[in-house]
Design a protein around this ligand. Sequence first.
Ligand SMILES: [Zn+2]
Length: 162
Amino acid sequence: MSLAQYFCELCLHLCPTGQEAKEHLRLILNSLYLLSEHKRPAKQVKVCFEMRLIALTGYLPDLVMCADCGVYEANEMVFVPHTGKLYCAACADRNGVQGFRLPRAAVTALRHTIYADFDKLFSFELKEELLDPVSLASERYISYMTQRDYPTLQFYKQITNQ
Ligand SMILES: [Zn+2]
């Protein structure tokens, strides 16, 4: 319920008013349905919702390749939430880039939330311990891009001890 409230708060701030918002509506309805029916881990629904919503809003992160050397895959990559850019660990270390260090599977999941067709958006599997850093990265990205904190998110994290 607290996560659903967070979704609604995000919609309140990020969904367009006075014009059609079919994609936004489809996203929140699917997210609420999956949450209420426990069809996917709550944190996974959260990541999908956050990343897709912020992308719909116009803040599309660049997750295709390392922003420095252009490598597509590495064992570890670093996502920088205040720019939405991705670096391979080697370039991040060389340039002193700070961000979320994500293993390959987590990067694949994060890319999926942005680039997958909507029908497949929620369909991926990621271990719980890898969902945690991805979830943290996506909430920071939303927070930076929209320049605000969300009280409903703080409440969700409080009651789930995160
Ligand atoms: Zn690189």
